[in-house]
Each structure stands twice: as structure tokens, then as C-alpha cells.
Design a binder for this molecule. Structure first.
Ligand SMILES: [Zn+2]
Length: 136
């Protein structure tokens, strides 16, 4: 297993009123030249956790930080009008928390943060992940 010390949250930047399936995500990432979806996990609006890329494989999700990180993306991040918003459902919040708790046991001491906390000029993941998960 590669060394992991960073867990990064993303949103899919799709509207909360719009379904964005793991298949669409995979297709869109392949269109960008990735061999498969760039994230390790995808969290559907239902709360379903979909493994996208095995943990031992380096994800492709945040410039300069891929090698030692895990990428988690939740479906949503935009409101019905296309504005940035924390659109996480109760199911997503629950699943993200469970997943993070498991990952932090497996990779103790890892930093948990959002894409935007790593210098990206983006709103992603549309909530303050670093603050929300500081206690894990
Ligand atoms: Zn992102």
C-alpha cells in the first residue's frame, strides 16, 4: 500500500436536482484522459458509497497532492439554479462520516480537508470540510 496522509473531499459540481451516476462520472473522467474515475470513492445522493478506484492506486483529483491522498466526491454541490451550495443529503453526511472514520483508523494522523483548502481556486466541495471533520 502506498503512503497516505491526506483525505480530500470534493463535490461533483452537479445540480442537486440532477442525477449524476457513477457511470457518467467515469465517462467524463475518461473523456479528460484518465484511465478511470479520478476519485477513490463516490457518494450518491442516497448515501450509497461507490468505490471508484482501488485505494492502492493513486487517484487523480488534486494537482500536486495525488500520490499520498485519497479522493472522495459527493454527488451535488450546486443548487437548482447552478449556484455553489452545500447540497449534502442526510444520507451523504452520514456515509461521508462513516467512511472518514474508517479511513482515519486505517491511515491515522491523515489530514482531512476540502479541495479548496489545497490552494485550488474553486469552491469545491462547497462546505468547510477541514473544520467539520477536525475532530476525527
Ligand atoms: Zn474538487
Amino acid at each position: 500500500m502506498r503512503k497516505i496522509d491526506l483525505i480530500v473531499l470534493h463535490c461533483s459540481a452537479t445540480r442537486e436536482t440532477q442525477e449524476y451516476t457513477p457511470e457518467q462520472l467515469e465517462r467524463d473522467h475518461k473523456a479528460r484522459g484518465f484511465v478511470r474515475a479520478g476519485y477513490n470513492y463516490y457518494i450518491r445522493r442516497s448515501g450509497e458509497i461507490v468505490p471508484m478506484r482501488p485505494l492502492e492506486q493513486v487517484p487523480a483529483h488534486v494537482r500536486g497532492h495525488n500520490r499520498s491522498s485519497i479522493g472522495i466526491c459527493y454527488e451535488g454541490g450546486l443548487d437548482a439554479a447552478g449556484g455553489f451550495r452545500d447540497t449534502r443529503t442526510e444520507g451523504q453526511k452520514e456515509s461521508i462520516l462513516i467512511l472518514l472514520k474508517l479511513l482515519i483508523i486505517r491511515f491515522p494522523g491523515s489530514r482531512i480537508c476540502g479541495h479548496r483548502d489545497l490552494g485550488a481556486r474553486k469552491a469545491c466541495p462547497c462546505f468547510n470540510a477541514e473544520e467539520e471533520y477536525a475532530g476525527l
